[in-house]
Design a protein around this ligand. Sequence first.
Ligand SMILES: [Zn+2]
Length: 343
Amino acid sequence: MAETPRKKSRLIPEVDFSRDGKQTGFVRLFHSTHDSAYGFLPIPIVVVRNGDGPTALLTAGNHGDEYEGQVALTNLAKWLTPERIRGRVILLPMANFPAALAGRRVSPIDDLNMNRIFPGDPDGTVTRQIAHFIDSALIPLADLVIDLHSGGSSLMYIPCALAKQSANPAVFERQLAALRAFGAPYTYIQGGAQGQGGDQTLGSGADRRGIIALGTELGGTGTLTPAGLAIAERGLRNLLVHLGILPRDEWREPPAPTRFLDVRGPEMYVYAPENGLFEPLVELGEEVAPGRPAARIHVPETPWLPPVEVRFNAAGIVMCKRIPARTKRGDCLFHLASDLSIA
Ligand SMILES: [Zn+2]
């Protein structure tokens, strides 16, 4: 069950989560600096409520250089009205506000990646305080949390939805039902694979409380992909219909049912074995077999040496690819996803 936070958040929302109607404003994070002694960082928030009913918490900008979710929630902030819904929707389009404002994965204030520090700390640096506010003040209000991501500056994804498999089978069933409603072309299920944040992500904060946690990877490379945005916009509405927050006539049928994929093993990832220049040998969406060459790492500093070849260790679809050619040992170059055997 949920742990009771030892300390209350220092952040102050300008909205009242229990009030009916549509409220817009900021969560104030007081941050005393040389330039602004008594000032606050204004984290935008929108709350739309119409009576009792389920609550959806929709977040984006957890990583500041991932844009489809930020725009989808910005559009939803204008479209959602209390008359349209039953229950409550909470929108946080720039969750790590300083990072989103800077267009960076990590905060320019404390250099922290917010999706690796949950449940946060009310007495910590700025990013730790935001994570703690989301974890202790927003997530407990929700029946479902979806945290919208893309690949960020260094990665490109085939647009997809995802969930980390809840250890609670009943919650996992509800995750799968919600993912079917979201209706992305692909949906992958994470296990505890290295590098994906483990129990330090926003979604893990929801899962700790038995709340349905979903995510997305809608594109990447620090740009906004129209196809990813369209998937997010249709998916969010369908998710709200699925929860009973929006009426059935707002449902938009996806072109095809989502294809469930599995990214639960470390063998699905390919890493650079050396520093050098990354030459990809496959493209996103290709289906590969184990042993297929994935990349060459060239070393122009010693051009007489042969490139290092990297091979895939598993079969699957290429879901994600590194973008910058300049690569260091340990960088993730690709990850695969294989078909998931569920219903
Ligand atoms: Zn992200």
